[in-house]
Design a protein around this ligand. Structure first.
Ligand code: SME
Length: 182
């Protein structure tokens, strides 16, 4: 199946757009250690500048009770295997996602980005918004390579996310993670 490529925004091709977004996100997030504040600002930035999104946000491993120890965890066994809704932009979303469920759970479980061209083809996809047709979920890793959350982007357009989006969002996600190289 083939899908139409993402159009450029304001005449800026996607690679240049992600370079710009990275500069802005670095300026906004650098030096701030509050995970929730940074996730809120990154979600707002992506929501404002990326076309064709119907949801963007973060799920944290274990949610608020675990936030203080996400950066220090040296093994996944020190953390729950449940994702809990964090800062986001878009419609109301499901709050708790077990690692065994959905695209977000697959990213958390496998520690690998999930780029799903058509969510109808993804067994177990969780339809928080039936309008969602494609999805990109990037795991957030701390300095010990332990998954502490995921950055999730949804689109109403099938095939919305390509390799350029994946590379751009993965680089932006690294700005969000404590102790990880950026
Ligand atoms: N679709 C996701 C659930 C989260 S929402 O899209 C915000 C999933 O299958 O994990």
């Amino acid at each position: 199946m083939s899908f139409a490529p993402t159009p450029s925004v304001r005449g800026v091709p996607p690679t240049a757009l992600y370079a710009e977004l990275h500069q802005v996100a670095h300026a906004v997030l650098h030096g701030e250690s509050d995970l929730v504040a940074n996730a809120a600002n990154l979600s707002a930035l992506l929501w404002e500048h990326l076309p064709d999104l119907n949801w963007v946000g973060v799920y944290w491993v274990g949610g608020t009770p675990c936030l203080g120890r996400l950066g220090d965890a040296t093994s996944p066994s020190q953390l729950p295997t449940e994702l809990v809704l964090g800062p986001f932009q878009g419609k109301v979303a499901c709050v708790r996602i077990d690692f065994e469920r959905g695209v977000c759970g697959a990213a958390a479980r496998s520690r690998a980005t999930q780029r799903v061209a058509d969510v109808h083809d993804f067994p177990g996809h969780i339809a928080c918004d039936p309008a969602s047709r494609s999805e990109l979920v990037v795991p957030l890793l701390n300095g010990h390579d332990v998954v502490i959350g995921v950055l999730d982007l949804d689109s109403p357009r099938p095939g919305r996310f390509d390799a350029t989006d994946q590379a751009g969002i993965e680089a932006l996600a690294r700005l969000l993670t404590p102790g990880a190289a950026s």
